[in-house]
Ligand binder design. Structure first.
Ligand SMILES: Nc1ncnc2c1ncn2[C@@H]1O[C@H](COP(=O)(O)OP(=O)(O)OP(=O)(O)O)[C@@H](O)[C@H]1O
Length: 641
């Protein structure tokens, strides 16, 4: 607690404030002298003495006065309450300084603990201002309740949760199962964690600068999460940065208080203090950022956590050695954690999470920074750890999620977007199947004639795919052709691949590989969809440059857009394009391309997007006009991308 206070005090604002105070005090002393003389009243002296450096300075002055010359008597312990005989101005003895220093130490120490509790920490939580009046705080039963936001933050204008429409039936089914169990107040013995409509709202903060106050708005990090995590399973929580994964974990571990909803861990509620203290006994957590003490060795960390988790002292040594061996840290066991590499620190954090046989293990990006060999080793450890307990894992590695998870949930913008096994998600949200066709002569460096034959085979195979499945290669080189086959061609695939295999020799094919699209693609699709929804809600605009050289402004995320001013005798309703969206490195949506312009079908109902410019011709205009957004349900795909 005190270290937290000290670390808080070292923030730039506090340092600046401290420098200001020291400067002010120095100025006072220069101007008026120390108030430890008869020319000042005792009130000044008392106020002055609340600041220990002032007492220390006066103590040094007294000491130097009493030992300035060899004749001076000095200050002995028995004479500590008396002033030096030659000091006529003396109003404060060294004994008074001792008493004041001890008293102010106690005072400032208590205040440090108090402010540490009531000022919000890095997770945005704090204790109530009068927390110490709650008997539970002193007895340890129910006194650990924390609240959100700063002491002065205004909570009156907390926004209500926006109306959410969930479209994935698996998420809806999961939600209705949990709601049903919650309504009947049933605690399924096979469920380790039940999240019941978890909502987390981070309150806006008021930052007071030197000249202005800055207010940040409230943020809904979790918008109602309903999910069950069964025992003996590893549930992998995926999502782009800022999706709310860590917030969900922090709510489960009690680091952050929940705003609404609840979560039961082995039947104990995270909203109850008693429940939370039971939960702390049965969970192991590997946080996103290593919380280790630089001065302690790996072995000492494990000893410490084993004792905290209540392991019998006789078994601590063997358990710690076993854990160190599991994460391959035996050789570095006695080295201080401060000199560990990033990967070694992560491994130590994983070992700490697993020590003491916890019934629920929460691993927040455990393999970040590990080399591929160590990562695979840690995967084995996690796989073994599944038995008899529930594991919640968050990761940005799709490979990790694919290999380890029994079920996957992908979150975006504080909501669960899809849930299911890896295969289910791939078949449901992936674009379809990936076919890799490799050619026999492609890599042998054959002479010209051989190359001609290979190219001929390529063309024949491309023609074969085009005529049977209407697809073009996604990637191609001399050795390979890679196709993405959409789900809607699934029925044609059995006969198609049977024929392709029969004609393998004729087409010069060495190998045919068929698989589902990757989890990464599912992830990207879900993340893009979430971005599209939020961009549409915000109403931001992007400029679409058309091949004709003109441009139109369209809402970010709009898929089909009619171009105003393109009505003609041939196309009386004008033309439209399909816009393709992608995400840049920062995850923001950008236009990746558009289909060719096609006539707007007669059945499509057009809604003018802007009364001011929707019917203006675009030709010859300096500023782009606004495109007409067309409901995708009225249209299929215009051109394949
Ligand atoms: N203490 C806080 N105060 C205000 N907003 C916060 C706070 N902590 C997190 N957030 C916001 O809540 C959202 C969710 O954050 P969270 O850390 O849960 O995301 P995440 O899915 O774990 O992301 P990452 O993959 O980057 O770890 C983010 O937009 C973040 O800025």
């Amino acid at each position: 607690m005190l270290s937290a206070f000290i670390s808080k005090s070292s923030s730039s604002t506090t340092v600046g404030f401290s420098i200001f105070i020291i400067g002010f005090v120095a100025q006072l002393v220069t101007q008026f002298g120390f108030p430890y003389s008869t020319s000042f009243t005792s009130t000044y002296r008392i106020i002055w003495s609340f600041f220990p450096p002032n007492l220390l300075a006066e103590g040094i002055i007294l000491l130097s006065d009493a030992t300035a010359t060899p004749e001076d008597p000095g200050i002995s312990w028995s004479r500590r309450a008396k002033c030096a005989p030659n000091d006529t101005e003396c109003v404060f003895s060294i004994n008074d300084i001792y008493i004041w220093l001890i008293s102010t130490f106690v005072l400032w120490f208590v205040l440090a603990i108090y402010f540490d509790n009531i000022i919000q920490n890095s997770s945005g939580v704090r204790k109530p201002v009068f927390y110490f009046l709650n008997p539970g705080y002193w007895t340890g039963k129910g006194g650990n309740k924390v609240t959100d936001g700063g002491i002065c933050s205004c909570t009156s204008s907390v926004p209500s949760l926006e109306n959410i429409t969930l479209d994935d039936e698996d998420v809806l089914e999961e939600e209705s199962t949990v709601k049903q169990q919650a309504m009947e107040d049933v605690v399924d013995p096979n469920i380790a964690v039940q999240i019941r409509g978890l909502v987390k709202l981070y309150p806006g903060k008021t930052k007071i600068g030197f000249c202005k106050c800055k207010k940040t708005s409230h943020y809904h990090a979790l918008k109602g999460l309903w999910v069950n995590f069964p025992k003996g399973q590893l549930f992998c929580l995926l999502g782009p940065n800022g999706a709310g994964k860590t917030t969900a974990i922090n709510c489960l571990t009690g680091i952050t208080p929940v705003t609404a909803g609840d979560a039961l861990i082995y039947g104990d509620s995270v909203r109850s203090s008693v429940g939370m203290s039971n939960i702390r006994r049965i969970i192991g957590v590997c946080p996103q950022f290593d919380i280790l003490w630089d001065a302690l060795s790996g072995e000492e960390h494990l000893h410490l956590f084993a004792s905290i988790k209540g392991l019998p002292p006789s078994s601590i040594e063997s358990v710690a050695q076993e854990s160190l061996a599991e994460v391959r840290l035996t050789e570095s066991a006695k080295i201080r954690a401060g000199s560990y590499s990033g990967g070694m620190k992560r491994r130590l954090s994983v070992a700490i999470a697993l020590i003491g046989d916890p019934k629920l293990v929460i691993l927040d990006e455990p393999t970040t920074g590990m080399d591929p060999i160590t990562r695979r080793h840690v995967w084995d450890i996690i796989e073994d750890a599944k038995k008899g307990r529930a594991i919640i894992l968050t990761t940005h590695s799709m490979e990790e999620a694919d290999i380890l998870s029994d079920r996957i949930g992908i979150m975006a913008k504080g909501r669960l977007r899809c849930i299911g096994t890896s295969i289910r998600l791939k078949s449901k949200f992936g674009t379809g199947f990936i076919a890799n066709i490799s050619f026999s002569g492609g890599t042998s460096g054959t002479p010209d004639r051989g190359e001609d034959v290979t190219m001929m085979h390529h063309e024949t195979v491309k023609q074969f795919f085009k005529s049977h499945l209407d697809v073009v290669p996604k990637e191609e080189n001399k050795a390979f052709l890679t196709y993405v086959i959409p789900h809607d061609r699934e029925e044609l695939m059995t006969n198609f691949f049977a024929e392709l295999q029969d004609r393998q020799g004729e087409f010069g094919i060495a190998d045919i590989q068929l698989g589902l699209t990757t989890l990464e693609e599912v992830f990207l699709n879900i993340a893009r969809q979430a971005e599209l929804e939020s961009a549409a809600a915000e109403g931001s605009l992007a400029t679409l440059a058309l091949t004709s050289g003109n441009s139109v402004q369209i809402p970010v995320g709009a898929r089909f857009v009619g171009i105003p001013g393109t009505e003609s005798a041939e196309n009386p309703r004008g033309v439209m394009v399909e816009v393709y969206w992608d995400q840049d490195d920062s995850g923001a949506l950008c236009i990746s391309g558009n289909s060719t312009e096609t006539p707007i079908p007669s059945h499509v109902q057009l809604v003018a997007s802007s009364a001011t410019n929707s019917n203006r011709a675009i030709l010859g205009r300096a500023r782009p006009v606004q495109g007409i957004v067309i409901d995708p349900n009225q249209i299929g795909t215009l051109n394949s991308q």
